[in-house]
Design a protein around this ligand. Structure first.
Ligand code: TEU
Ligand code: CA
Length: 556
């Protein structure tokens, strides 16, 4: 499928900032907006066009800002509204746009709407989903995304509960109520008028619940069939676009949980007029059994298969290997030991060669690894603590519980950004809110800025290479034949053909490169690679791909 419309958000490189962990300007241990402003030049240098800012709104922080108590206020930990306006201005001066997180499946239980609702105010009661328990039990058998049930008793009531698909401090909004729709339209306008260039829309395909019946029993997310990508949800997305978003030069990327490519196309195909692109999760599931807390051995061919399916089926992709909910990609799909740098570079090359908008998560550009937590006591993630409780109640052996938590905790991605090798990692002069990884001593920005062969330098070069390449930015995609754990594909336009080959393993892999050219009298010429010495390779037919080798060829 081809996209004719060359929008800025299609060839832009996006960088996700998790504000708490990015840069602390005042020594309270928490990253903040002035800290972000101080790093804009760094981002510009890297080649970033768009920043996705995770929530900076007022919040009691039970889920680090994904529990919003005021959509129009900045959390004092992060700064003031003046700081936010300054950030938008300073970014604009550098030609960087900012998108914000839109979290409207739920609010915080400390939002004034919810407070008024539980005080009995009729108007606001209809903003949320309340239901009576039945026969001394919860209103239904649904399960939450954080691995618990999803009903909490309303304080002061005998038998009245509210629905929360996430934490109990995140009550779900009632999207059957037109007043909720109007509130959200106004919130969108408020930020768009301030110069925000779009939104990353949190769990945006579970807003509209068809009914509150008991669901078919499953190990996790019982009840999903009643609220997952419902017709009512599609309708909301279409109306938000028509009524508000289409009036601005902005875009939306939906975080759409549990969708296959068919459902994803229904959410962001250009004919649908709903979202502009979505984050799929299939490639994130390639090392798990059923649900995300059960990890299995990573096999590259599963990752390749998922990536290929999305590349092939989607009109346009939002490509990512990391975000604030996922373990670090080098610890997961690469090698965070012997082949650290080279595997990071291969993943960078791959990410920036795929068809779609690339999203880089803070720290990914220097190859930050999973956290080095001793045990749960060093983790802050509300999900990890809830899941731990559930595993305990199911009598999981201690060692297994500990192992699964370390592999899956979202704190793996949330450890403070490693700016330098100093105490505090150049992130803070105070005590960091979450433990800094000890490897900041040798994995850090300061060191990599001085090294032409660093992961950071490679990201810079690869971004620049992509920006120079018509095919990588706009070309079509086709998978090519290759050994099982080697990912080979071409990106092409009518007159240009670019071949990308990634060895996804730590073993050598033989590949007949010239066998995949499209014309008889042509040759595939090596243009870019993550290894320094490639002379021996440039003209040979049988390439022996070294561990995690990544190469781009042009057909000439
Ligand atoms: O995450 C939604 C979500 O379902 C998952 O992708 C997430 O990994 C979660 O852990 C479920 O297993 C979004 C946000 O990205 C996440 O940080 C929030 O906690 C969540 O929504 C609730 O707002
Ligand atoms: Ca701070």
């Amino acid at each position: 499928m081809s996209v004719k419309d060359r929008k800025w958000w299609r060839n832009g490189v996006v960088y996700q900032i998790y504000p708490r962990s990015f840069c602390d300007s005042n020594g309270d241990g928490i990253g903040d907006i002035p800290g972000i402003i101080s790093k804009l030049d760094y981002l510009k240098e890297l080649g970033v066009d768009i920043i996705w800012l995770s929530p900076v709104y007022a919040s009691p922080n039970c889920d680090n800002g994904y529990d919003i108590s005021d959509y129009r206020a900045i959390h004092p930990d992060f700064g003031t509204m003046d700081d936010m306006e300054m950030l938008i201005r300073e970014a604009k001066i550098r030609d960087i746009r900012i998108i914000m997180d839109l979290v409207v499946n739920h609010t915080s239980d400390e939002h004034q709407w919810f407070k008024k609702a539980v005080e009995g105010d009729h108007k606001y009661k209809n903003y949320y989903i309340f239901k009576e328990g039945k026969n001394g039990k919860l209103p239904n058998n649904w399960g939450s995304f954080f691995g618990s049930d999803c009903w909490e008793k309303v304080p002061g009531e005998d038998n009245l509960y509210y629905l929360h698909l996430f934490d109990k401090k995140q009550p779900d909004l009632n999207w059957h109520n037109p007043a909720v729709y109007d509130e959200v339209c106004n919130i969108l306008r408020f930020w768009l008028d301030k110069g925000i260039a779009g939104f990353r829309c949190d769990v945006i395909n579970v807003l509209y619940k068809n009914s509150l019946e008991d669901g078919k029993k499953k190990i996790a997310l019982t009840g999903l069939e009643y609220y997952h990508s419902t017709e009512g949800n599609h309708d909301i997305l279409r109306r938000l676009r028509e009524d508000v978003l289409s009036k601005y030069d902005c875009f939306t990327v939906g975080e759409t949980v549990l969708v296959d490519t068919k459902m994803a196309m229904d959410l962001c195909g250009s004919d649908r007029k709903e979202l502009d692109m979505v984050f799929g999760f299939e490639h994130m599931e390639c090392d798990q059994i059923g649900i995300k807390w059960f990890k299995t051995k990573y096999r590259p061919k599963r990752l390749i298969k998922a990536l290929d399916r999305w590349q092939h089926d989607m009109e346009w992709n939002a490509n990512y290997f990391e975000n604030h909910d996922q373990p670090r990609s080098v610890s997961r799909f690469g090698n965070d030991d012997e082949y650290h740098d080279i595997s990071c570079k291969m993943l960078a090359g791959l990410l920036l060669s795929l068809r779609g908008t690339p999203y880089i998560y803070e720290g990914q550009e220097i190859g930050m690894t999973n956290g080095d937590f001793k045990d749960l006591s060093e983790m802050q993630d509300v999900e990890s603590h809830t899941v731990d409780g559930t595993m305990k109640s199911l009598h999981f052996p201690d060692r297994l519980r500990d192992k699964l938590l370390k592999l899956t905790t979202r704190d793996n991605a949330r450890t403070p950004m490693q700016w330098s090798g100093d105490v505090g990692a150049g992130f803070t002069k105070g005590t960091p809110w979450l433990k800094i990884n000890a490897n900041h001593a040798y994995i850090n920005v300061e060191k990599q800025l001085k090294d032409d062969d660093s992961v950071l330098a490679f990201y810079k070069k690869m971004i620049a290479f992509r920006k120079d390449s018509e095919t990588l930015q706009w070309g079509e995609y086709e998978r090519l034949k290759s050994p099982e754990n080697v990912y080979a594909f071409r990106r092409y336009t009518d007159d240009k053909n670019t071949v990308v080959i990634c060895n996804m393993t730590a073993k050598k892999q033989p590949v007949w490169v010239q066998a995949v050219k499209t014309r008889e009298n042509s040759e595939l010429v090596l243009k870019f690679s993550n290894y320094l010495s490639d002379e021996d390779k440039a003209s040979s037919d049988l390439f022996s791909f070294r561990p995690f080798e990544f190469c781009v060829f042009e057909e000439e």
